[in-house]
Design a protein around this ligand. Structure first.
Ligand code: FDA
Length: 397
């Protein structure tokens, strides 16, 4: 039996793959999307606590990490957050800004999946679930793709799009298959590592952190030149919360991270004012007015002083504040791909066309979304990259 013919086969019915399919099929091409999962867009479904932080009002190339910081500019500027918001609005999906430009569905992340499926349906995309690929081979006029899973037929396509994401959350079906395909075609991979992931610590540090497990506090967390002002969360394994997830994308083994508690508060001035108002109070009590109580108790021990404020000179109070503003800790690792929201690194952008996402050396082979070495900050940026890169490839096909 001759192989079924498609203009485009897309591996992965995630955010990037579905967006690409809609664009590619809207011009009349026959498009097949295959995914080994039972349902499309599983990461969309669980994202943003079930409400999907689908984009960010402030998205620009500055919010992405890549070996080539200019690579994402073209796609992000041609299909912007405003284009995606317009699509969401056309489908009547209610949404709100939570914080820092982060847009979430009012109702459910499933609304975004339903929207993408409706768009795919409208332009006649075919979707085959519980189907993967066994092999993809270059042929004179395109690619021969041997499917695997529920469908074991061989199909032929002019364009083959790799949209199967990264390695994060293997339990949800992440396979890293996209990197193997890149390697098969001789394309280099920028080393991958878990990102947007909680950081873990040794027993010496955990003894104290465990006391504070569950506490959230505003902090500026820095590593090298990068810093983020957001909430930080103490856990039984170490540190989590938005500020820590953000810095995890920049942290490397053996480096310290610096925690500056309450970035918008002058702790020294607060302590001086507390001493003036009532010098009989202990340092822990005074700190307890600006920090959670358990953290205040720990901080006063950590600062090496818990007498009445009246006995503390401004120099001592300054030293206490200084410690809380420059608290250096050494993570020993991260929770890894098991909980990482994204994979840092991926297909080297040097071998991709930034306008089309096509491999420069392999006509008709495209890479989009998380599999590419473009990683967004926390806050809707990663989905925006999936929409923009998917749109760029789908439009070019
Ligand atoms: P994605 O992973 O979405 O899709 C890849 C698809 O390929 C999947 O459907 C998978 O089943 C399929 N696949 C993989 N291997 C295959 C194989 N061998 N054969 C067939 N199919 C295969 N980002 C954001 O901007 N806002 C947010 O709120 C969140 N929240 C969030 C929460 C959690 C818990 C996680 C893990 C991640 C997020 N993210 C996020 C990140 C976001 O989910 C991610 O960046 C995008 O889903 C990436 O889109 P892709 O389409 O590239 O991959």
């Amino acid at each position: 039996m001759p192989a079924e013919q498609f203009d485009t086969v897309i591996l992965g019915a995630g955010a990037a793959g579905m967006m690409c399919a809609i664009q590619a099929a809207s011009k009349g091409g026959r498009v097949l999307v295959v995914d080994h999962a039972k349902a499309p867009g599983e990461k969309i479904r669980i994202s943003g606590g079930g409400r999907c932080n689908f984009t960010n009002l402030h998205a620009s190339a500055a919010n992405f990490i890549s070996q080539n910081k200019h690579f994402a500019k073209s796609a992000l500027s041609r299909y912007t957050q405003h284009d995606f918001i317009a699509l969401v609005e056309r489908h009547g999906i209610a949404y709100h800004e939570k914080t820092l430009g982060q847009l979430f569905c009012d109702n459910s992340a499933k609304d975004i999946i339903a929207m993408l499926l409706a768009e795919m349906d409208a332009v006649g995309c075919e979707l085959r679930l519980t189907t993967s690929i066994d092999s993809v081979e270059r042929r004179a006029t395109g690619f021969e793709v041997r499917l695997a899973g529920s469908d074991t037929s061989t199909v032929h396509c002019r364009n083959f799009v790799v949209a199967c994401g990264g390695k994060s959350i293997p339990k949800m079906g992440a396979t890293g298959r996209g990197y193997q395909i890149a390697e098969q075609f001789g394309l280099p991979i920028v080393e991958t590592r878990p990102a947007l992931v909680p950081l873990t610590f040794g027993e010496d540090v955990l003894v104290d952190f465990r006391e504070m497990a569950g506490l959230a506090v505003d902090a500026r967390i820095s590593c090298g030149k990068a810093h983020f002002d957001e909430a930080m969360l103490f856990t039984h394994r170490g540190l989590s919360g938005p500020a820590v997830l953000q810095i995890s994308s920049y942290w490397r083994e053996t480096q310290p991270i610096e925690i500056s508690l309450l970035p918008s508060e002058d702790i020294f001035e607060s302590l001086r004012a507390a001493k003036k108002a009532n010098g009989k109070r202990s340092l822990a009590t005074a700190l307890g007015e600006i920090l959670p109580k358990r953290l205040a108790a720990y901080a006063s021990r950590f600062a090496g002083s818990d007498g009445p404020l009246a006995d503390m000179s401004d120099k001592v109070l300054g030293a206490v504040a200084d410690k809380l503003k420059h608290w250096e800790v050494y993570p020993i690792g991260s929770e890894g791909y098991r909980t990482a929201e994204v994979t840092l690194g991926g297909v080297d952008t040097a071998v991709l066309n930034s306008k089309t996402m096509e491999a420069k050396a392999v006509d008709g082979l495209y890479f989009i979304g998380e599999v590419v070495d473009v990683t967004g900050w926390l806050g809707g940026y990663n989905f925006q990259w999936a929409w923009s890169s998917g749109w760029a490839a789908g439009t070019a096909i």
